[in-house]
Design a protein around this ligand. Structure first.
Ligand code: HEM
Length: 341
């Protein structure tokens, strides 16, 4: 009997030993750890699923498989970007540039060109002005309606109340959607008519070295567009291209794109959008307050001859000689440009 009891004890002892070994073996330990989640286990938490699978996805019966995704952490990251980072980027870029321009104006005032000559010369044709104002008008409405999407809820809604805010936001949204088309056409036309005059030349290097004469000293000679204007041109074309491509992705959601691509498009669109607005503040300033006589070129098509000599001497000489000196401005020569009034 004693022998039998000892035998049973020995068998039990060996069984306990093997069980202990099995449980402490790495493979078994792995199975018990939380990094291999059994989604149906009652102890599984939502967080464990998110950590492991990067998404909580169910099964569905409708054709739209996107609706099966219930949660994904990238959505929260996108929300943080949209609700926090984008606000900071937009506020710093737009208010920062605005303040810099105010300080610059108080310090430097408008750039003058001396006495008017009384003689005018053609700077922009009617078609060029049409393209400029078409694009600019669309841009202003796109900018205001876009900023309403980003900041309206925080800044405007408390001021005008939910009723007025929803009427305005709906109108702004329609404006944003439909004006995107003439805006895109405008950017493409601008590229076509002005690209030749906006290629870099050696004169631009000199212009940049001397800060365009903005911070003192003589204004360096420039062709039809100086280096600063060329920079604005490329921001308009490339920035416009980026907001257009990403904007159409947002306008036609999930046509060949998934959730991740939509989030990326939104991030790029909104960031480029607010930086674009900041850059256009500089352009608007230079075309109005910043440089006396510049606005009339885009308003009437003509500028004073002394304005041309002072700010675009090489262009003035080209126009006068009727010869092509600037390799980047093949289409710009107009022998009949000089008009006397
Ligand atoms: C082809 C041109 C454009 C298209 C197709 C387009 C399209 C769109 C769409 C569909 C949205 C999302 C609206 C919503 O969430 O309901 C949007 C938002 C926005 N757009 Fe545009 N857009 C264009 C040009 C511009 C331009 C030129 C600017 C800036 C001047 C701009 C700035 C913005 C901003 C700031 C937002 C709000 C982003 C946010 O907070 O979510 N867009 N755009």
């Amino acid at each position: 009997m004693m022998k039998l009891f000892r035998g049973i004890s020995a068998v039990l002892g060996i069984a306990v030993f093997i069980a202990t070994l099995a449980l402490t073996h790495p493979a078994s330990a792995q199975r018990l750890r939380s990094d291999t989640v059994n989604p149906s286990a009652s102890v599984t938490t939502e967080q464990q699923l998110l950590d492991q699978l990067r998404t909580v996805q169910g099964r569905g019966s409708i054709p739209d498989t996107k609706s099966y995704v219930i949660e994904q952490p990238a959505g929260r990251q996108w929300q943080t970007f949209h609700e926090t980072y984008l606000h900071w980027i937009g506020a710093i870029a737009i208010l920062g540039i605005f303040l810099l321009l105010v300080v610059f104006y108080l310090w430097r005032g408008s750039l003058h060109f001396g006495e008017r000559s009384g003689r005018k010369m053609l700077r922009f044709t009617a078609f060029e002005r049409f393209v400029h104002w078409l694009t600019a008008t669309c841009f202003v409405i796109l900018a205001i309606s876009g900023l309403n999407i980003t900041f309206g809820k925080e800044l405007l809604l408390p001021l005008i109340g939910p009723g007025a805010f929803s009427v305005w936001s709906q109108a702004a949204k329609f404006g944003h959607n439909y004006l995107s088309f003439p805006f895109t056409i405008g950017v493409v036309l601008m590229f076509v008519i002005w690209v030749a005059s906006n290629l870099p030349t050696r004169a631009d290097v000199e212009w940049i070295k001397r800060g365009g004469g903005m911070f003192g000293g003589e204004e360096p000679p420039a062709y039809k567009f100086n280096a600063g204007e060329k920079l604005i041109f490329w921001i308009v074309v490339l920035g416009g291209g980026m907001v257009a491509v990403t904007g159409y992705v947002l306008l036609f959601p999930f046509y060949g794109t998934g959730i991740a691509e939509m989030q990326l498009a939104q991030g790029v669109h909104s960031t480029v959008g607010v930086l674009y607005i900041a850059a256009m503040l500089v352009h608007t300033y230079m075309g109005t307050l910043g440089m006396k006589g510049a606005f009339e070129g885009m308003a009437t098509g003509d500028v004073d001859v002394n304005w041309a000599k002072s700010h675009h001497l090489l262009w003035y000489q080209q126009e006068m000689s009727g010869k092509e000196k600037d390799p980047s401005s093949k289409s710009e020569l107009r022998a009949d440009a000089l008009k006397t009034r």
